[in-house]
Design a protein around this ligand. Sequence first.
Ligand SMILES: Cc1cc2nc3c(=O)[nH]c(=O)nc-3n(C[C@H](O)[C@H](O)[C@H](O)COP(=O)(O)OP(=O)(O)OC[C@H]3O[C@@H](n4cnc5c(N)ncnc54)[C@H](O)[C@@H]3O)c2cc1C
Length: 415
Amino acid sequence: MHKAVNDCVIIGGGASGLFAACYLKYLDPYCDICIVEKMPRVGKKLLLTGSGRCNISNARISAKDYHTDDEDKLSAVLKSFDVNETVQFYENNLGIVLTRKGDLYYPLTLRSATVLDSLRFYIEERGVEFILEDPAVRVASSVSGYLVQLKSGSTVSSSNILIATGGRSYPKTGSEGDAIELANKFLKSEDIIPYAPALVPLTSDKPGIKNLAGIRFNGSISIISDDHEHARSEGEILFAKDGGLTGIAVLDVSDTVLRLLDKGDKPYASLNLIGKSSGDVLMMLYIRRQLFPNRTVCDAFSGIIHRVLLEGVLRDCNIDPRAKVSSINDAGLTKISNVLCGWSISLSGAKGFEDAQVSSGGIKLGCLTDNMEYKGSRGLYFAGEAVNVNGICGGYNLQWAWSSAVCAARGILDV
Ligand SMILES: Cc1cc2nc3c(=O)[nH]c(=O)nc-3n(C[C@H](O)[C@H](O)[C@H](O)COP(=O)(O)OP(=O)(O)OC[C@H]3O[C@@H](n4cnc5c(N)ncnc54)[C@H](O)[C@@H]3O)c2cc1C
């Protein structure tokens, strides 16, 4: 039996929706809340985060590391419930012990299920109603505020609505970009940016790239277009199975690549395969030529880099991998070191929503108040990835989910 009129209906039981419910109950234990979730269980995507370990936040959160239409508002929302408050809330109210690996926060158990359980237990114990496996299909205004129509035909009434349906990435987890359709009746078309994949593996049509599948290295990637570096990231890079690039460093620059391709530019990736300067690498090559004069080029340098990668580099330098290393003159070594530190990989595009960790686009942040309420409709709130905010890898996107959820909760209770 549903409550006649709830104080808040939260559409979407993902990271932001569950956290908003917790915070609403924390601020007001008597608040009547109903969570409507499309899937049979809440938090399906949350369980996948951080490779099952849930990287919940980052000590270096800054609005500059996100893409959005309103950086000032983003900064205000992130500051109004920051990393320290997030950590304290998890530890003091939800009972989770967190651990830090560098700047990244994880639950001490290194299990995302610990995070999901802590949220679920907190709101279940406080009597939040769940409607599962019944997607919201329409939101309409009513005398008491809003009426949410569900796929089953039933309806739920509420004074406030929080749309926390996520973006469109990993649609199999239930996030299919429903926010725009659900709130369509209330939104102005200029307040919506269509969702697009972000933090997504890049595809390449470079000949022979499929032969590199499965090879990973620690280096850096620069995105170049019109002789200008548009983005750069360091860390693990992996050659993907079906030809292309993935790994955290690649995901972090993928948004820039998509934006350049959209503009009609032809960006390419320049990979530093060793993560060192070309001067240092040249010195490594000199030393090995001197140490192993009778080896082939490939054998002499195989202690520096994966030999399959080296063969690809040598091919691009027009140097036979089976030539004796002593036959390569200084100009040849310089050419090799330059390519090892800036190997050009043409980029043809990126994978789709199925492989994207987050999506860009959604409801523009600029059309929401600092409390995540839509400026044109009192009582209509948004949080999380449904909004046009997407960050780099490393806990940034979940921190956005937590901070935006708290701001919405404060707005709903007017505190
Ligand atoms: C593989 C993977 C790993 C990730 N790892 C990290 C990480 O370690 N750190 C990090 O910061 N970020 C990570 N992210 C990103 C992060 O998970 C998301 O940014 C975050 O979950 C977004 O939270 P949300 O509440 O906005 O949406 P979601 O968590 O996507 O939740 C939305 C919920 O709404 C429900 N829903 C949708 N439409 C309807 C409807 N019409 N009616 C009812 N319910 C509906 C969905 O079923 C879903 O449960 C990762 C993402 C992926 C895919």
